[in-house]
Design a protein around this ligand. Structure first.
Ligand code: AP5
Ligand code: MG
Ligand code: ZN
Length: 220
């Protein structure tokens, strides 16, 4: 399947992406994770991206689109992919459509995880992420089994630099201004599906499986 995940920062895109990717055997591609890896390796891309990410701003389209282009041509994307955090602007969505058209492919769905703002600050400030595999935890809602260590790979979990309350507020404003228009964009293309992201993590996943199962059988 070819899926994109939409939703505000903290909606649970990364959390659900791990399970969807396992269930459908498709790669989980998070532009945020790609930027963070480049930042930790101090690559030229990482140094440039950090200037924007630390302020809660979007990395410019011309950098972001090329990263996704390069990633989607890798072999593991032949049977589909799950994009998490891309597209985030109408420009990026149009670029994705062109990339897929050139391969004779199209998206199966743009899945919006809906979570109202009042949930977000609490989710973000309590989030802990694995420095190695990118898994996301929450000190209250999804704690690691051993304090400070990732359940999957055993490496350290840390707080992200951009998970301060001030930056989260900025990221929410940017989401409203630049990413929210994608809801209308994909509605007009009959590709939008929605899940209530305020439920417990496992319940959100069950609903997602129901939605994706129905789309998959319609498209086959
Ligand atoms: P990115 O890493 O994509 O951040 P984001 O979109 O702000 O989303 P988050 O990762 O913060 O949230 P999430 O929805 O994945 O939530 P999670 O599952 O972790 O991007 C970071 C930055 O990179 C951007 O600000 C931008 O600068 C740049 N960037 C990235 N892509 C870009 C692009 N395409 N264009 C330009 N710039 C780009 O969950 C959050 C917390 O809630 C966790 O603690 C989790 O355990 C908990 N949680 C999850 N689900 C539930 C639940 N159902 N109940 C209770 N708690 C839950
Ligand atoms: Mg994420
Ligand atoms: Zn890990």
């Amino acid at each position: 399947m070819k899926i994109i995940l939409l939703g505000p920062p903290g909606a649970g895109k990364g959390t659900q992406a791990k399970s969807i990717s396992n269930n459908y055997s498709i790669p989980h591609i998070s532009t945020g994770d790609i930027f963070r890896k480049n930042i930790s390796e101090r690559t030229p891309l990482g140094i440039e991206a950090k200037k924007y990410i630390d302020r809660g701003h979007l990395v410019p389209d011309e950098l972001t689109i090329d990263i996704v282009k390069d990633r989607l041509i890798e072999k593991d994307c032949d049977n589909g992919f799950l994009l998490d955090g891309y597209p985030r602007t109408v420009n990026q969505a149009e670029a994705l459509e062109i990339m897929l058209k050139e391969r004779g492919e199209k998206l199966d769905t743009a899945l919006l995880i809906k979570v109202p703002k009042e949930f977000i600050i609490d989710r973000m400030t309590g989030r802990r992420v694995c420095t190695t595999c990118g898994a996301s935890y929450h000190i209250k809602y999804n704690p690691t089994k051993i304090a400070g260590k990732c359940d999957i790979c055993g490496n350290f979990v840390i707080q992200r630099d951009d998970d301060t309350e001030e930056t989260v507020v900025e990221r929410l404003d940017i989401y409203d201004a630049q990413t929210q228009p994608l809801i209308e964009y994909y509605t007009n293309k009959n590709l939008l599906s929605e899940v209530d992201g305020t439920q417990a993590i496992n319940d959100v996943f069950k609903n997602i499986c129901g939605i994706l199962g129905a789309i998959n059988s319609d498209n086959n």
